[in-house]
Design a protein around this ligand. Structure first.
Ligand SMILES: Nc1ncnc2c1ncn2[C@@H]1O[C@H](COP(=O)(O)OP(=O)(O)OP(=O)(O)O)[C@@H](O)[C@H]1O
Ligand SMILES: [Mg+2]
Length: 231
């Protein structure tokens, strides 16, 4: 059987929304990802963990289709929303919170009324209702992160991938981000997120652990639990 046929077969047998197989990547001549397999399942949260420089951001950019792997393939059953790490917003940029969140829907062909409804819902889900008309640069760091998450939610993608969306936020904001993502998973989305937070990892359904660009078994988890959580 050809690789693609095998992957489609596995996907039908499971709940996989995204399957990456044998991913290798190099910046210039230096390899940073080596033969990495990842599966993101519908309705599940997958934490992507590892030390600084282990290849997490590079990996999720490949999963989202922003970068092409040198080797390996990524099969996606639908659209992917990528929520990037905090962005600096120039003060002169005349962009409201609502407009920024609506940008998440760009490139998807949907009726205007439906887009408006999904933007409103995303704003409410991240608790930014009172801030919708505010300028994006006039938000605090935590609020801005939630606006970026709302951008992903408004897209209505089957797969949502986030790069440390709660980094630098206080405990309450981190809990809030975790709850938003759990809610997204409950609604059937496949969620993959890069995080260093122990509580986030404990709440994930699966863990992908990278060490120097290689996927390794998750340390410190009893073998049965680990077997269940390796996706
Ligand atoms: N644009 C680039 N050009 C060259 N090398 C890069 C580039 N981006 C990342 N790297 C290198 O690739 C490796 C993986 O980087 P990556 O950003 O994917 O790691 P990370 O796990 O996301 O790290 P962090 O936790 O610090 O965000 C690192 O060694 C990094 O120096
Ligand atoms: Mg990173």
């Amino acid at each position: 059987m050809k690789m693609r046929t095998v992957i489609n077969y596995v996907r039908r047998m499971t709940n996989s929304a995204l399957t990456a197989t044998g991913i290798c990547f190099a910046y210039g001549g230096s390899d940073v990802l080596h033969d990495v397999d990842v599966r993101l399942d519908a309705g599940a949260i997958t934490a992507i963990v590892g030390a600084n420089g282990s290849g997490k951001s590079t990996l999720i950019e490949i999963l989202a289709g922003v970068r092409r792997p040198r080797e390996g393939c990524v099969e996606r059953s639908g659209d992917v929303a990528l929520v990037v790490q905090r962005v600096a917003v120039p003060e002169a940029l005349p962009l409201t919170v609502r407009e920024a969140i609506a940008m998440g829907t760009w490139g998807r062909r949907r009726p205007r009324r439906e887009v408006r409804r999904s933007v409103d819902e995303a704003i409410e889900r991240v608790g930014l209702t009172g801030f919708a008309r505010r300028s994006l640069h006039a938000l605090s760091g935590g609020q801005r992160q939630r606006a970026l998450i709302a951008q992903g939610i408004a897209r209505g993608a089957d797969v949502m991938i986030l790069d440390e969306p709660a980094a630098g936020l206080d405990a309450d904001s981190r809990t809030r981000v975790r709850e938003i993502l759990a809610d997204e998973a409950r609604r059937g989305r496949a969620v993959g997120w890069v995080t260093h937070d122990h509580d986030d990892i404990a709440h994930a359904d699966r863990v992908v652990h990278l060490v120097e660009g290689r996927r390794v078994a998750e340390p410190g988890v009893p073998s049965q639990r680990r077997a269940n959580r390796m996706g």
